[in-house]
Design a protein. Structure first.
Length: 100
Protein backbone atom coordinates (compact mmCIF):
# COMPACT_ATOMS: atom_id res chain seq x y z
CA UNK A 1 0.00 0.00 0.00
CA UNK A 2 1.50 3.30 -1.01
CA UNK A 3 2.39 5.87 1.63
CA UNK A 4 0.81 8.61 -0.51
CA UNK A 5 -2.52 6.77 -0.65
CA UNK A 6 -2.38 6.14 3.08
CA UNK A 7 -1.65 9.83 3.76
CA UNK A 8 -4.49 10.89 1.46
CA UNK A 9 -7.02 8.73 3.30
CA UNK A 10 -5.75 9.98 6.66
CA UNK A 11 -6.14 13.61 5.52
CA UNK A 12 -9.61 12.98 4.09
CA UNK A 13 -10.85 11.37 7.30
CA UNK A 14 -9.25 14.08 9.45
CA UNK A 15 -10.71 16.83 7.25
CA UNK A 16 -14.14 15.21 7.25
CA UNK A 17 -14.11 15.14 11.03
CA UNK A 18 -12.73 18.67 11.43
CA UNK A 19 -15.22 20.13 8.92
CA UNK A 20 -18.10 18.09 10.34
CA UNK A 21 -18.80 16.35 7.06
CA UNK A 22 -19.11 13.25 9.23
CA UNK A 23 -18.86 12.44 12.91
CA UNK A 24 -16.91 9.81 14.81
CA UNK A 25 -20.07 7.67 14.89
CA UNK A 26 -20.28 7.89 11.08
CA UNK A 27 -16.71 6.63 10.84
CA UNK A 28 -17.42 3.74 13.19
CA UNK A 29 -20.57 2.85 11.27
CA UNK A 30 -18.13 1.73 8.56
CA UNK A 31 -15.16 0.80 10.73
CA UNK A 32 -17.28 -1.54 12.82
CA UNK A 33 -15.99 -3.41 15.85
CA UNK A 34 -15.52 -6.49 13.64
CA UNK A 35 -13.49 -4.49 11.12
CA UNK A 36 -11.37 -2.94 13.86
CA UNK A 37 -10.80 -6.29 15.57
CA UNK A 38 -9.82 -7.91 12.26
CA UNK A 39 -7.38 -5.24 11.13
CA UNK A 40 -5.92 -3.35 14.09
CA UNK A 41 -2.82 -4.80 15.73
CA UNK A 42 -3.40 -6.29 19.20
CA UNK A 43 -1.41 -3.58 20.96
CA UNK A 44 -3.64 -0.87 19.44
CA UNK A 45 -6.80 -2.75 20.39
CA UNK A 46 -5.40 -2.99 23.91
CA UNK A 47 -4.93 0.80 23.97
CA UNK A 48 -8.54 1.31 22.84
CA UNK A 49 -9.78 -0.95 25.63
CA UNK A 50 -7.54 0.70 28.25
CA UNK A 51 -8.64 4.21 27.21
CA UNK A 52 -12.29 3.16 27.29
CA UNK A 53 -11.94 1.63 30.74
CA UNK A 54 -10.13 4.73 32.01
CA UNK A 55 -12.86 7.04 30.71
CA UNK A 56 -15.70 4.79 31.83
CA UNK A 57 -17.19 4.33 28.35
CA UNK A 58 -16.35 3.23 24.86
CA UNK A 59 -17.71 6.01 22.66
CA UNK A 60 -16.87 6.71 19.02
CA UNK A 61 -15.06 9.85 20.17
CA UNK A 62 -12.94 7.85 22.62
CA UNK A 63 -12.12 5.23 20.00
CA UNK A 64 -11.01 7.87 17.47
CA UNK A 65 -8.95 9.64 20.11
CA UNK A 66 -6.86 6.45 20.26
CA UNK A 67 -7.25 5.17 16.71
CA UNK A 68 -6.49 8.39 14.87
CA UNK A 69 -7.21 8.94 11.17
CA UNK A 70 -3.55 8.17 10.49
CA UNK A 71 -3.85 4.81 12.23
CA UNK A 72 -7.15 4.06 10.49
CA UNK A 73 -5.51 4.72 7.13
CA UNK A 74 -2.51 2.63 8.07
CA UNK A 75 -4.41 -0.45 9.23
CA UNK A 76 -7.91 -0.58 7.74
CA UNK A 77 -8.79 -1.50 4.17
CA UNK A 78 -9.14 1.74 2.29
CA UNK A 79 -12.46 0.53 0.92
CA UNK A 80 -13.86 0.95 4.44
CA UNK A 81 -12.65 4.54 4.69
CA UNK A 82 -13.81 5.29 1.15
CA UNK A 83 -17.32 4.07 2.03
CA UNK A 84 -17.40 6.56 4.92
CA UNK A 85 -16.13 9.42 2.73
CA UNK A 86 -18.53 8.56 -0.12
CA UNK A 87 -21.52 8.37 2.24
CA UNK A 88 -20.67 11.80 3.65
CA UNK A 89 -20.31 13.23 0.14
CA UNK A 90 -23.69 11.81 -0.84
CA UNK A 91 -25.36 13.25 2.29
CA UNK A 92 -23.83 16.66 1.53
CA UNK A 93 -25.08 16.55 -2.05
CA UNK A 94 -21.55 16.55 -3.47
CA UNK A 95 -22.36 13.63 -5.73
CA UNK A 96 -25.54 15.17 -7.14
CA UNK A 97 -25.34 16.15 -10.81
CA UNK A 98 -24.87 19.84 -11.50
CA UNK A 99 -27.77 21.36 -13.42
CA UNK A 100 -27.03 24.17 -15.81
Amino acid sequence: MSDQRQQWFARMVQSGLENQMFSPSDVLAHATPDVLASHLPPELLSKVLAASLASGSMTPENVLATVTPELLAQHLPHEVLWACIAAAAARAGVTAPVRA
